[in-house]
Ligand binder design. Structure first.
Ligand SMILES: [Zn+2]
Length: 253
């Protein structure tokens, strides 16, 4: 099980310095968000021999998948994410299917997803759908496209504050398709992306009921929002390391 740390795209600290912090920490690699700088960041990771587990596609236009507004922009964004992942030998591309405004699911959106999966297959990349607010679109796409290049990214924080179904059986469905897990905490109301054990999520339950089924899987700490509470990136990583150790202890029980 590798421990991955997600890198906040708008952190103004020098990227190489951040990567040096990661190199000297308990974390084994990073998760990169698409941004104007992401190719440059992928290049730095390559030069510094830092494992990049996943690229996260920009999420704000995800709704356009289901209608025509801005779809071309979103399409090229996703395609570019897949292309970069392939170029920099990053296996996973994480994406959302919906954002703030939820439109009805429809065949047009499904066909567009099929096109993405086809391209991901060609580029030997795995597209991972992340659970956000809306399980309906998520089920529709996963149930309709059965491919080794379409998998799940399970986000524990989102299940706690958005769909509020973390402790239900729902997320255990298709658990064999989960290839990455995002860990962060919140108060059950807002997507705070806090360090595990500082919000309302019962991580003991989560490790026991979910992670132990998937114990070969890597875990990603997605706690970038917390950067504002610490003076330096190193402090954030150091505090996250304490939580990672607690998670590892839970695995040993
Ligand atoms: Zn996430």
């Amino acid at each position: 099980m590798k421990k991955i740390f997600s890198i906040y795209p708008f952190n103004d600290e020098d990227f190489k310095n951040q990567m040096n912090v990661i190199k000297n920490s308990l974390f084994d690699g990073v998760f990169i968000y698409q941004s104007d700088a992401y190719e440059e960041q992928l290049q730095v990771c390559k030069e510094m021999d830092i494992f990049v587990e996943a690229i996260h596609v920009l999420r704000n236009k995800a709704d356009s998948l289901w209608n025509d507004d801005d779809y071309e922009v979103y399409k090229s964004t996703v395609m570019n994410g897949i292309y970069m992942a392939s170029k920099y030998k990053t296996k996973l591309v994480v994406m959302h299917l919906t954002s703030f405004k939820t439109k009805e699911k429809n065949e047009r959106g499904l066909n567009r997803m099929k096109e993405f999966v086809e391209y991901a297959t060609k580029m030997d990349v795995i597209l991972c759908l992340e659970n956000v607010r809306n399980n309906e679109h998520f089920d529709y796409v996963l149930d309709s496209i059965n491919s080794d290049h379409l998998k799940r990214c399970f986000d524990v924080g989102h299940a706690n504050c958005f769909s509020k179904d973390l402790y239900s059986e729902y997320h255990l469905k298709n658990i064999e398709r989960v290839v990455c897990v995002h860990l962060h905490d919140n108060n059950g109301l807002y997507d705070e992306h806090k360090i595990p054990f500082t919000g309302s999520i019962d991580f003991e339950w989560f490790v026991e009921k979910f992670m132990k089924i998937k114990n070969q899987i890597n875990i990603t700490f997605e706690v970038h929002n917390q950067r504002m509470y610490y003076d330096t990136f190193k402090e954030l990583v150091d505090n996250s390391s304490i939580a990672v150790k607690r998670i590892e202890e839970l695995f040993k029980r």
